[in-house]
Design a protein around this ligand. Sequence first.
Ligand code: SAM
Ligand code: SF4
Ligand code: SF4
Length: 337
Amino acid sequence: MNQKKVQDQLKRPLTDLRISVTDQCNFRCQYCMPSDVFNEAYPFLQNKELLSWDEIVAVAEQFAALGVRKIRLTGGEPLMRKDLPSLIKRLYQLPGIEDLALTTNGVLLPRYAEALKEAGMNRVTVSLDALDGTLFGKINGRGIGVEPVLQGMQAAHEAGLAVKVNMMVQKGINDHEILPMVRYFKTSPYILRLIEFMDVGMTNGWQRENVVTKAEMLAIIEQEFPLMPIAPHDPGEVASRFAFVDGENELGIISSISDTFCKDCSRARLSADGKLYTCLFASRGTDLVTPLRKGLQGEALRSFLQSIWEKRTDRYSDERQERTGTKKKIEMSYIGG
Ligand code: SAM
Ligand code: SF4
Ligand code: SF4
């Protein structure tokens, strides 16, 4: 594969593409899609506004030609979009794509895990914020217990998919669940990753005081489990990796508040309605759907994508301290994390 290497203004390559396939979700996590905002009156995208599989594949193909090697599908809840495996099959066949992953709340995995694996998916990340069923039901806003999510992980594992677990930590909400989660997943075949609560979107009531920092998480875990830092798999990796000193398993911490990683950020994000974002915290994306539906394709599409990446200067997390916090930002359920 003759991949072209493009770089943005800060000399960051383009290696990862995150594709949100839907803004719908079967959960109403308080920090992401609070049910009082995301209710029947909420203007979710209409089907005709969503990028079709043909359109997603056309864009992904040109991204692959520009250097993208990893694609992650997300949402909303990506498994709620009909026939996801047929998209995966087509993405898997694109020259240059080495890694296909999915982020999901897990409850639909028992139904789809095998088809995902057969289609070419390598791994899944399943979100689970607590092991306490009552608390988890409150956080997900739908009263859904932990068992369906654990069954989803099990189904993925049995289908041959590598599984990581994302726990988003909020002070005073689920930080007391850090140790139970670490204890549980340390002895499992899954790698746990703890995520600092981020100021994404406008609806989650984010406040700096609600963030449990990476240093605080490490202090909690090391009360019981000594850890040692280990090298990242690759430079663009967002999680800091730690091995348990006893040699059993590892864990990751994603610290986009207290220990930012903009300098290595090599991700582009495509929203379900076809806007391209070069930062998770962007206020505005570039409309791709209009030019696509007017016939933009092939090399012309590639040059357009390249020009967007080459102009990129985003380093929101690095600049967070200097910002006012009043700027309109897009929602996590729309762009997918
Ligand atoms: N529905 C899928 C899921 O929950 O895994 C995929 C989409 S969800 C937006 C992707 C990830 O973003 C989840 O792990 C979720 O916990 C995380 N997330 C959502 N809002 C967040 C926030 N404000 N800060 C940090 N992580 C967040
Ligand atoms: Fe849905 Fe995922 Fe957002 Fe929870 S975090 S509301 S599961 S999109
Ligand atoms: Fe990348 Fe933007 Fe996050 Fe920085 S703030 S790591 S540029 S997505």
